[in-house]
Design a protein around this ligand. Sequence first.
Ligand code: PAF
Length: 307
Amino acid sequence: MGTGTAPDIPSAHAVTLKVVRTIAELRAELGPGRRRSSEPSVGLVPTMGAFHEGHLSLMRRARAACDVVVVSLFVNPSQFNDASDLAAYPRDEARDRALAAALGIDYLFVPAPEAIYPPGFATTVVVDGVTAGLETAHRGPEHFRGVATVVAKLLNIVAPDVVYFGQKDAQQAATVKRMVRDLDMPVRVDVCPTVRGADGLALSSRNVLLGAEERERAPALHRALRAVADRLLAGERDPERAVAAGQAELWAAGLVAEYLLVVDPATMVPLQRVDGEALVVVAARLGAVRLIDNLPVMPAPVVAGVH
Ligand code: PAF
């Protein structure tokens, strides 16, 4: 060193060096600690409990696809911006345990809050872009920070091959996908279809908090989404005009949307014109309960020269 000449390179080292340029290849090369094909596949279904058919459909999907299925049950305080909402969140661990057992789930992971947020906890995962607007406008920026942070922790703890989310929380699913992509987390995000009641109401743990009269009006959310989607499928390209049809459904049920929009499903940005895949999203309050729902739409592509 310091002579300006290159050091001697021992030839044995030179021949074993492998240059790896992709993350996937590096992970495969590193072997130990990485899954090999002979190892069981692990699926994770993150939940906050109060299981309904929507959760069970995720668990069934995980059970059918993975050797080992872990369901986490953790009412994550950091994603609630309202202490009364956190306190009112339905909880029934014994019932959840019985439902998970009946589906053959291998592990129900029920951590104490101090296990997830130990004293001195100081790290937050912030996903920009996709979290702007919609839910953030009504639940504050803490919401998706709390979701991204706890999901990142669960992915590190469980190290699953596949993690399952419901389409009903579309902005949450898009946020997790963005985080996984941006942070090179070695997991596949499987977003599963929304499960609905016979009247179209999307299943949600919050539905049990609806009074009888509110429960009767709640399916208007789905009718509103359908009305917008039908307009788009019939060739309407202007989201505002399509949304007007949905607003009429909500007003007829005495509901005012916090938002009813047509957005890009990957970025969650409202569309100015619908020329391809789109997502109709809605949120409304029924008394003290806030419900959200969405409907993916795939209008036929515009044929050149036809307007
Ligand atoms: O969708 C939920 O239940 C929660 O937001 C999740 C993903 C379990 C994170 O706490």
